[in-house]
Ligand binder design. Structure first.
Ligand SMILES: [Zn+2]
Length: 437
């Protein structure tokens, strides 16, 4: 009798284990089934050449960007659009891993837990990109290395994501071109130069009580422990608004030293610059910020956007979108109709104060040059010196009135921000004004 009891107990235990195993498997199927189905080894979706068999990607108005049907793959008809969108869209051969083809494989292949992979056809997945703006940004870069990002800061929709160099996905990539597979908008961090002053100012507004009452004196350079901070001009006595508009290194070096390395580092991290971010679940590049307090000159240069500062263009876009949107960033997305929620990055009153200063910077400096017809912007230029005589050209900001667009332009070793990056931003925004204004 005891033996029978023992055996039935063992059988019951086995049955329970089997049931538990099945439950775990079903649960994992629900959670990860789409990823498993989209995995490269699933021959139902991928052919031997690694081509995703089904699905169509379009821009926001239905312009075809890429499609695949049982191994036949197509890209945009227009060569400029194919080049401009390579990094955002990807390559069916998998040469670029960060594109929408791979990122949204699950949506494209029409996977469902109950039905498995689609047998007949995939989905049409519209992206937030605007084909016209993509082409305009690509042309405006004129073959230079760099990236252009434009986003609607009220919805989080990315309208433009162009990274150069690229290659035509219908042809073979030129492997001798440095970083041809790299999406510079998402996967690189650059020395920011003066665009970083928009970050330092945020910490100063919240931590230096008499910031607005003070006057900052610039004699063209400043002697501090460990070296000299040189300024681009001799700015004399300035208010803080004037100092940002003048992009005064002496003022921002002073602010960084007063704030201290710990406070500044805390803000840089809190505003999303040092850690890797995410675009629809795809990880973006982390930046770096190292404020060494033992040497004042290092700390000063850190607050000016030099020293060891590195910023991912995507992180800058998120920060500016938050400033434009009352301190809250609508998390970016490339999928039309999708929302990734929102995050408060900075206090509403701080965002308003940064906004006011960036608006002042634009209206008193860049806006008077006639470079930006019909545009009312909040903006900042950057000429990030690399120590070898070259510099990255930056122009970042957002539309203050009119369209709710934030933008980042960075041209690698492109020279002066106002001369090289600003015209690219203007060209793209003029096109946006034509389409959406
Ligand atoms: Zn100065």
């Amino acid at each position: 009798m005891k033996r029978i009891q023992r055996r039935s107990n063992a059988a019951l235990l086995l049955a329970l284990l089997l049931l538990l195993g099945t439950l775990v498997l079903v649960l994992r199927l629900f959670l990860h089934g789409g990823d498993w189905a989209a995995y490269n080894a699933n021959l139902e979706l991928y052919t031997s050449e690694g081509i995703l068999r089904w699905g169509t990607l379009t821009d926001r108005s239905g312009v075809l960007l890429a499609s695949s049907e049982d191994g036949d793959y197509r890209y945009a008809d227009d060569e400029t659009l194919r080049l401009a969108s390579l990094h955002a869209v990807g390559d069916y051969r998998g040469f670029t891993g960060s594109g929408a083809i791979q990122r949204y494989a699950r949506k494209l292949t029409n996977y469902s837990v109950l039905g498995g992979s689609a047998e007949e056809r995939g989905n049409v997945v519209p992206l937030t990109l605007d084909a016209e703006l993509q082409k305009t940004a690509w042309r405006a870069l004129r073959g230079r290395k760099g990236c252009v990002l434009v986003m609607n800061y009220e919805t989080g929709e990315i309208l433009t994501m162009v990274s150069a160099p690229a290659y035509d996905p219908l042809g073979e990539p030129d492997l001798s071109v440095d970083g041809i597979f790299l999406n510079r908008a998402l996967s690189t961090a650059y020395t920011p130069g003066s665009v970083f002053k928009t970050v330092t100012i945020c910490a100063a507004i919240e931590n230096i009580p008499d910031l607005y009452e003070r006057s900052f004196v610039c004699k063209g350079s400043m002697q501090i422990a460990g070296g000299t901070v040189k300024c681009g001009g001799v700015h004399g006595k300035q208010t803080i608004e004037q100092a940002l508009a003048n992009s005064c290194n002496c003022t921002f070096g002073t602010l960084a030293m007063e704030l201290g390395g710990d406070t500044l580092s805390r803000y840089v991290r809190k505003l999303g610059f040092t850690e890797a971010g995410s675009l629809d679940g795809y990880p973006t590049a982390a930046g770096s910020f190292e404020a060494v307090e033992t040497q004042d000159s290092y700390l000063a240069w850190s607050g000016i956007g030099q020293h060891k500062d590195l910023v991912c263009p995507y992180a800058m876009l998120r920060y500016l979108s938050a400033v434009a949107n009352g301190g809250v960033v609508q998390e970016p997305t490339l999928l039309l109709g999708n929302s990734n929620g929102s995050t408060r990055l900075l206090r509403e009153e701080t965002a308003a104060a940064v906004d006011e200063m960036m608006s002042y910077t634009f209206t008193t400096h860049y806006g008077t040059s006639g470079r930006f017809p019909k545009l009312d912007l909040c903006a900042k230029t950057g000429t990030a010196e690399l120590g070898d005589g070259t510099s990255h050209a930056w122009f970042v900001g957002y539309c203050h009135t009119g369209m709710p667009l934030a933008f980042v332009v960075c041209i690698e070793r492109g020279g002066e921000g106002i001369r090289e990056a600003a015209p690219v931003a203007n060209t793209v925004l003029q096109k946006a004004l034509e389409i959406y204004g």
